[in-house]
Design a protein around this ligand. Structure first.
Ligand code: ZN
Length: 452
C-alpha cells in the first residue's frame, strides 16, 4: 500500500477529529487513505513537509454562501467567490438559493445554477434549494436531485423573487420535508415583530439595531422549534444573532427536537457599541448586537448549543451598500467575508482559550455533516484530501481591495487577523487560482451513505 500513494504530507501539527498531533497523511486518487504517526514509513510520488510554523487543517466547509450567480453576478460570481474561498482555506462552499436569478426553487433553476458553476469553480460547490409559497411540490424533486436542504424566510428576504412563508405555509413545507427526511434551514426573524419595530433609517447604528430587535428573532425561533416538535422535521437555525435563544435551543434539544444552529464570524467579532454611525458595511440581518451578547454566543459555542460557524457571505455592489449616504435604512443587508472567515474566527477563538481543533469542528466537520457532505470536513481515512495549510501565529492586516471577492467592501478592512492561509488543497492537489478551475459540483450524500 505504501508504494502507490500519490502524495504524503507530513506535519508537526495536524488537526484530526481526535485533536491536534504530529502526523502524516497519505493520499491516493484525491482521497485520504492513511493517517499515520509522523515517523511512519509512507512513500509516495510526492512528499510534502510542512514548515515548523504551519498546521495541517481540514479544508473549511462554508455551508452559507450567497454566490448570486446567475442573475446578480455583479454582486459576486462563482469564479470570484471560489477564488476567494480557496485563498481563505475553504475547500467547499454550499450556495444559498437566493439572490441569484432565478432562485433555486425548482429543478430547472438548480440545473442552471449547476451549469453556471461547473466551469468556474476553484473549490467544490454544493447547493441549497429554496422553500417559497407555492413550491411544495418541487421540494422532493430538488431533494432527489441532491440539494443539501431547503432555505426559507419568515419575513421579506430582501429580494422580491424569494418570498417568505407564513405560518401555515411553514408547517406545510415542514410536513413535506419530513416525509423524505430532508432538512429545513430557516432565516428566523418574525415579520410582524419587525413590522411593529421602529423603522431603520439614517446613519445611527443604534436605530438600525432597534429596528431588528432580539425579540423578533426569539419569537421566530420559538415558532420553528414548536413546528419541528409537532412535525418531526429536521430544522436548522441560520445565523443566530440573539443570545437569548441559546436556552430555547438547549431546551428543545433536551426534548429531542431535531434542531441545529449556526452563527457567523461577524456576530463573534464585532459589537454594536463599536460600529461607527454610517458604517453600512456592517449591516446584516439579523444585526450585529452588543458585546455582552457576543460573549454569550461564544459561550453557546463552548457549550455545543451552537454547532457551527459559517460566513453568510452576502455581498452586493458598493452602491447598494449606500456607503455614500451611510443610511442603514436603504443599504443592502449582507456582510462580505468568505475569504476571511477562518482567520477572523481563529483570531477571536484563541484569545478566549479555544484551540484549532475547536475551529476545525465548528468550520469543517459540523458544516460538512449538516450539509450532508460525508466525504468532507475531516482529516480521516475515506474523506476527500481537502486541506488548509495555516500559519496560526502569523498575522496580516485586511485590505479589502486585495481580497478576491468581486466587490472591495467588508467591515474587516483594516483589521489585523491572526492565521495566514499559506496553501489550500483540494482532493490531493494544491489549488492554483490562476490555473484552470478544478472544483466539482457536490450532491448531498444520503444518510445511508449512497448518492441520491
Ligand atoms: Zn444568508
Amino acid at each position: 500500500m505504501s508504494r502507490d500513494l500519490d502524495v504524503v504530507i507530513r506535519a508537526a501539527r495536524m488537526v484530526t477529529p481526535e485533536g491536534e498531533r504530529a502526523g502524516a497523511v497519505g493520499v491516493r486518487d484525491g482521497e485520504i487513505v492513511a493517517v499515520a504517526p509522523i515517523a511512519e514509513d509512507l512513500t509516495a510520488t510526492r512528499v510534502v513537509e510542512l514548515a515548523d510554523d504551519e498546521v495541517l487543517m481540514p479544508g473549511v466547509v462554508d455551508a452559507h454562501v450567497h454566490v448570486n450567480d446567475p442573475g446578480r453576478t455583479e454582486w459576486e460570481g462563482f469564479a470570484s467567490a471560489t477564488r476567494a474561498a480557496a485563498a481563505g482555506g475553504v475547500t467547499t462552499i454550499v450556495d444559498m438559493p437566493l439572490n441569484s436569478i432565478p432562485p433555486t426553487c425548482d429543478l430547472p433553476a438548480l440545473d442552471l445554477k449547476r451549469k453556471t458553476a461547473a466551469s468556474q469553480a476553484f473549490v467544490d460547490v454544493g447547493f441549497w434549494g429554496g422553500a417559497i409559497p407555492g413550491n411544495v411540490a418541487e421540494l422532493r424533486t430538488l431533494h432527489d436531485a441532491g440539494v443539501s436542504g431547503f432555505k426559507c424566510f419568515l419575513l421579506h428576504s430582501g429580494v422580491d423573487e424569494f418570498p417568505p412563508l407564513d405560518a401555515d405555509q411553514l408547517e406545510q413545507a415542514m410536513r413535506e420535508i419530513r416525509s423524505f427526511d430532508g432538512l429545513l434551514i430557516v432565516h428566523a426573524e418574525d415579520a410582524h415583530a419587525i413590522e411593529h419595530a421602529p423603522a431603520a433609517g439614517g446613519g445611527a447604528y443604534e436605530r438600525f439595531l432597534h429596528s431588528r430587535p432580539r425579540g423578533a428573532e426569539n419569537l421566530a425561533i420559538a415558532q420553528v422549534i414548536e413546528l419541528a416538535r409537532w412535525t418531526g422535521c429536521r430544522v436548522h437555525i441560520l445565523h443566530v444573532s440573539s443570545s437569548d435563544v441559546l436556552a430555547m435551543l438547549a431546551s428543545a434539544r433536551r426534548d429531542g427536537v431535531p434542531i441545529t444552529a449556526e452563527t457567523c464570524p461577524h456576530y463573534l467579532t464585532f459589537a454594536a457599541e463599536e460600529i461607527p454611525d454610517g458604517a453600512t458595511q456592517y449591516k446584516c440581518c439579523p444585526p450585529i448586537r452588543e458585546a455582552t451578547n457576543r460573549e454569550l454566543l461564544w459561550e453557546g459555542l463552548r457549550a455545543g448549543v451552537i454547532d457551527m460557524v459559517v460566513t453568510d457571505h452576502s455581498p452586493s455592489t458598493p452602491d447598494l451598500k449606500a456607503l455614500d449616504t451611510g443610511d442603514f435604512g436603504v443599504a443592502w443587508g449582507g456582510i462580505s467575508s468568505l475569504q476571511l472567515g477562518l482567520s477572523a474566527i481563529w483570531t477571536e477563538a484563541r484569545s478566549r482559550g479555544f484551540t484549532l481543533a475547536d475551529v476545525a469542528r465548528w468550520m469543517s466537520e459540523a458544516p460538512a455533516r449538516h450539509a450532508g457532505l460525508s466525504r468532507k470536513g475531516q482529516i480521516e481515512v475515506g474523506h476527500d484530501a481537502d486541506f488548509c495549510v495555516l500559519a496560526p501565529d502569523d498575522s496580516y492586516v485586511v485590505d479589502a481591495a486585495k481580497l478576491h471577492h468581486k466587490n472591495a467592501v467588508t467591515p474587516y478592512h483594516g483589521r489585523s487577523l491572526a492565521g495566514v492561509v499559506r496553501e489550500t488543497w483540494l482532493r490531493g492537489e494544491k489549488i492554483d487560482i490562476e490555473a484552470a478551475p478544478q472544483g466539482r459540483l457536490l450532491s448531498r450524500v444520503t444518510r445511508e451513505g449512497a448518492r441520491p
